[in-house]
Structures are given as C-alpha cells and as structure tokens.
Ligand binder design. Structure first.
Ligand code: S3P
Length: 442
C-alpha cells in the first residue's frame, strides 16, 4: 500500500451480503429540509437528517445567516432536532465568506435563498467546488435582479448581492438540473408574481414536494414548476427517508457478490431518484421495489436485490439520465460485468460533478481490462461476464465520494484486494459505507 498517497486497502468480503439494513438520510432532502427550515417563520422539527460533510456545509451556512440550529446526533447516526428560521426578518449579514466545502447543492440552492435579501455574501468552496459551473445559476438570478461580483463569473468564489425588488421570470433551463430549478424556485419565493422554470427533461423534484409542507403552493407538471411570491414559509416537520443513491452501492454490491441477498428499508422511492432500479431491471438484475408509504409527499419503501449472474447490457436514453445521474459510476461497474454493450446516452453532465466522472469511469474500467469509450455525449461499455480483476490495482477516487465507493466495490465483490486513493471522501454522503457492508456480512 502506498501511504504517501493516502490510499486505503479494500479487501474482498469474506461472506455474501445477507439481511436487512437502512441507509442514512437522503442528501438532497436533508439539504432542502435545513434550507427551508432556515427560511421559515418559527421552529421546524427535523428527523432522519443525514450527518455527512455536505449536509454539515449547509448547516454551517444557515447558522452564519442567522438561523438557530439545534440538531443533535442520534443513536442511529442521523441528526434530529429543531431549526428556528429567520422568517420575514430575513437572513443576517454574515461576517465571513460562506464556505460550502465540496457541496454543489449547498452553493447553488443558497444562491436562490439569498436572492431576495439586501445582503452581500461571498460564497466559496473547496478546490473541486471552485471548478464547477455556476453561471447556470447566476444567469437566471441576474435576470431576476440579483447582482454578482465579478459579473456572470463561471466559478466560485463569487459575491452575491440580493435585491428586495426581485422580478418574477419564466426561465427555459438549458439542462435538466434540480439544483438550477431549485435555485430559481427559491428565489421566486421572494419575487413579485409567478416564477416558472421549464426543463428539457424532468430532474428530481424534492423542492417542489417539500415546499407545500412549509405552506407554499407549487405548480408542478412533467417538466415545469412554478411558485408565486412573495411568500413567507411556515415552520414544518420533516422526516427524511434513506438515500437511494447510497442504497445503490449496497444493492450493486449484492448484485456482484455471489450468494448475496439484501433488503434496504425505509429508502426514498422518489421516481426522480430510482432510475437506477429501472436500468438494473432492464439489465436482468434480481431487484424489486416495494412501496410502503409517504413522508410528506415523498414516497418511501423497500428495495430488495440479490446476486445476479446473467446481467445483460442495455441502452439508457438521455431523457432517463437525470433520474440516475449520481448512480452512473456504479451502474458502469455493473455494466462491466454484463453480457454485451451498455450505452448511456447524453451524459455530458457527468463531467461537471465533484470530479470529471466520465473520464474517471473510462480510466477505472480500462484498468479492469474492460472495453469502454465515449462517442459524442454517449458512454459505451462492453461488459465481460467472467471479468477477472487484475492484481494490485490502485484506483484514484479523485476525492469524489461516488467514485471512492464505486471502485471500493471492485475490491469488496471480487477476489483481489485493491487500493483506493483518498477513500475518505465517502464522508461527503455515506460515512458508514464500509460499516454497513460489514454488518451485512455478519
Ligand atoms: C442534486 C441534484 C443533482 C445531483 C446532485 C444533487 C440536488 O444535480 O447530481 O448530487 O440535490 O438537487 P443536478 O442539479 O445536476 O440535477
């Protein structure tokens, strides 16, 4: 092991995965529960909130803006407690720049939250976040009357100067992005009139589903959402279900590790998030979803999966990509074990995530000896059902949590130890990743 590069040895699981488990709270829903509570009048009560580095960035941000946060860590590792928001008084001028760490959702949604207030806030983040595109958020907010310094810059840090006279707009978004959609809707809550956002394909709709819990009427259809402002949110209760994006790693581990069979309980079944289940079904995986109920307007339930040794490649059209965008790295690894070619259409957004995930997938699968290539915006993987893992592989996570977990599965489910550089980036979304897998092998 090369300690100088901070690499972690991942050994093969000594037994199949077996049994039932829950995963930590959904990251997207946790961010929104904290942000909407901070914006609301009164004290909101939250349970099941994810305790991870990204969510901590959102908590730090709303505290700096004047919300009172008393979330405490529970025995199950989640955060629960109250948040008293700034309500109609608005956020207070922070004394320091707001550092969003690695979290794109924190930075982008925060831009919308700050838009209707007369404060001047510097927003920044870590090296990865500083390289991610921000003009996609800045452009519609500028149309609404927000000022940014420097003007229309692509990368953080930027200074945002909100406006008490925000204009409501209708915005045709160039991409299916829930962060963009949410930023515009959150700004629209403080604008005078109806703000509408139209998307080329549907993105996850957690903001639209949660706003009504805080007393806001939202218009929502297949590729469009609107809010009418100005409106003050009222405190609410939110119980956050498990994160399907974290569950996906356990599920894919079960599909790849001979003899495994597991159930992930209390997981969000939001249709905008479980595109990966539909793809795995089409690949012939043994996977089943059982709806149990709703928390607020969010559906949740159980996902069951078992070892599948006859996976086949399939084609995923671009319209479906947004519903599985965060799972494409791990789905690519599954595709590497399937018979035939899998094609993910229209995946250029993968180059704009915590790292360039498209490059990383090509690099990692090539190391495995799998034929993988890109053509235009499409990703092709020619799987090998009898894939032999070469000895001594070292994968670079690129400090990207989803890559760290994807490459860890190569070691965990195969018969060769591997090393992952900067594996600790899993703390961004699923700090208990290894512990959960170990529990399932006991
Ligand atoms: C997120 C939306 C997605 C996703 C990200 C979280 C959100 O990004 O990749 O991990 O919470 O809104 P897009 O804004 O590109 O949809």
């Amino acid at each position: 092991m090369d300690n100088t590069r901070n690499s972690t040895r991942i050994n093969p699981l000594d037994k199949p995965l077996d049994g039932a488990i829950t995963v930590p709270g959904d990251k997207s829903i946790s961010h929104r529960a904290i942000l909407l509570s901070a914006m609301a009048q009164g004290t909101s009560r939250l349970t099941g909130v994810l305790d991870s580095a990204d969510v901590r960035s959102t908590i730090t941000a709303v505290k700096a803006l004047g919300a009172t946060v008393s979330l405490e860590r529970q025995l199950d590792g989640s955060l629960a407690g109250g948040i008293t928001g700034w309500g109609s008084d608005g956020p207070t001028q922070p004394t320091e720049p707001i550092d969003c760490g690695n979290s794109g959702t924190t930075a982008r949604l925060l831009m919308g939250v700050l838009a209707p207030w007369d404060i001047r806030v510097e927003i920044t983040g870590d090296e990865s976040l500083q390289s991610r595109p921000m003009r996609r958020i800045i452009a519609p907010l500028m149309k609404m009357g927000v000022r940014f310094e420097p003007d229309a810059k692509e990368n953080l840090p930027v200074i945002e100067q909100g406006s008490r006279q925000l204009k409501a707009i209708t915005y045709d978004s160039p991409m299916a992005s829930a962060q963009l959609k949410s930023a515009v809707l959150l700004a629209g809550l403080g604008a005078d009139g109806k703000t509408t956002i139209n998307e080329p394909a549907p993105s996850r709709n957690h903001t639209e589903l949660m706003l009504p819990e805080f007393g806001v009427t939202v218009g929502s259809s297949f590729r469009s959402a609107d809010v009418t402002g100005p409106v003050t949110l009222q405190a609410a209760e939110v119980d956050v279900s498990g994160d399907p994006s974290s569950a996906a790693f356990l599920i894919c581990a079960a599909l790849l590790k001979p003899g495994s069979s597991l159930q992930v309980e209390n997981v969000s079944l939001n249709a905008g998030r479980i595109g990966f289940v539909r793809t795995l079904e089409r690949m012939g995986a043994s996977i089943e979803v059982r709806h149990v109920g709703t928390e607020g307007k969010e559906p949740f339930g159980i996902i069951e999966a078992a070892y599948s040794d006859n996976l086949v490649g399939c084609e995923i059209p671009s319209q479906h990509i947004a519903s599985e965008i965060d799972e494409i790295p791990v789905l690519s690894l599954v595709a590497a074990h399937a018979q035939g070619i899998t094609v993910f259409r229209g995946v250029s957004e993968l180059t704009k995530k915590e790292s360039n995930r498209l490059d990383a997938i090509v690099e990692g699968l090539t190391m495995l000896g799998v034929s993988v290539w890109t053509e235009n915006d499409d990703l092709y993987i020619e799987g090998q059902p009898d894939l032999e893992i070469p000895e001594g592989l070292v994968f670079d996570s690129r400090k990207d949590h989803r890559l760290a977990m994807t490459w860890a599965l190569v070691g965990l489910c195969g018969n060769q130890p591997i090393d992952v550089v900067n594996f600790d980036s899993v703390k961004v979304s699923f700090p208990q990743f290894l512990e959960s897998l170990e529990r399932l092998t006991r």
